[in-house]
Design a protein around this ligand. Sequence first.
Ligand SMILES: Nc1ncnc2c1ncn2[C@@H]1O[C@H](COP(=O)(O)OP(=O)(O)O)[C@@H](O)[C@H]1O
Ligand SMILES: [Mg+2]
Length: 234
Amino acid sequence: MDYIHTEALNKHYEMGHTIVKALNGVDLSLPEKSLSVVMGPSGSGKSTLLHLLGGLDRPTSGEIYLDGSKLSQLDENDLAVFRRKTVGFVFQSFNLIQSFNALENVSFPMRFMNVPRKQRIEEALFYLEQVGIADRASHKPSELSGGEQQRVAIARALINDPTLILADEPTGNLDTASGYSIMEILAGLNRNGRTVLVVTHDPRMRQFASHIIYLLDGSIVKESVYEQAVQQVS
Ligand SMILES: Nc1ncnc2c1ncn2[C@@H]1O[C@H](COP(=O)(O)OP(=O)(O)O)[C@@H](O)[C@H]1O
Ligand SMILES: [Mg+2]
């Protein structure tokens, strides 16, 4: 069974009298521990696909099976649990809280999970260390470079040890060098056994990919598979 499987996935938006087909009949199958790159021009449906796979939004029609769950069968509560436990999101704009330092940004979501304060700090530091930025724990976002802020955002995405990482143009706001280090971090998370989907325009991400999916007008127009790149984790 594939880790990610979609059948005839549609997401349509009604805009006045017209219907925007953001996703139009997407059939996608991706194995566990794969690293997939989603490419396509602006407006082709890349973000919509990630939102649906991560349970942030529901399709107009079609089905998503993810890690054994049929997402349409989950009610809002179960979907929230699925998002929290299974999925880590990384966005282009980092989405950090400006008044919090790096450690607080990473530990903050754990407040809502009844994790004791000491453990919150330990876990946040652990994940900041994993992305190589523990020495900036007390810095606020405004005191960090774009690449450093994205590392903090990745650390935050890791706090529930999600099996799936969804990254939407994570290097879109970064310079060439820090963009590459973010790609290496995402590839490392994949090597550690996570399934990773990255929307990016940067061709350098391809070297890490087992699957490349090309979207155009809401449909997959091309798919490349590199079997040898699917990570074998013992
Ligand atoms: N909430 C929305 N309401 C209406 N149209 C939307 C909405 N979200 C996305 N769209 C439209 O769906 C299409 C795909 O959008 P999106 O998935 O954001 O594309 P991409 O991420 O590839 O740039 C675009 O035409 C966009 O304008
Ligand atoms: Mg987008």
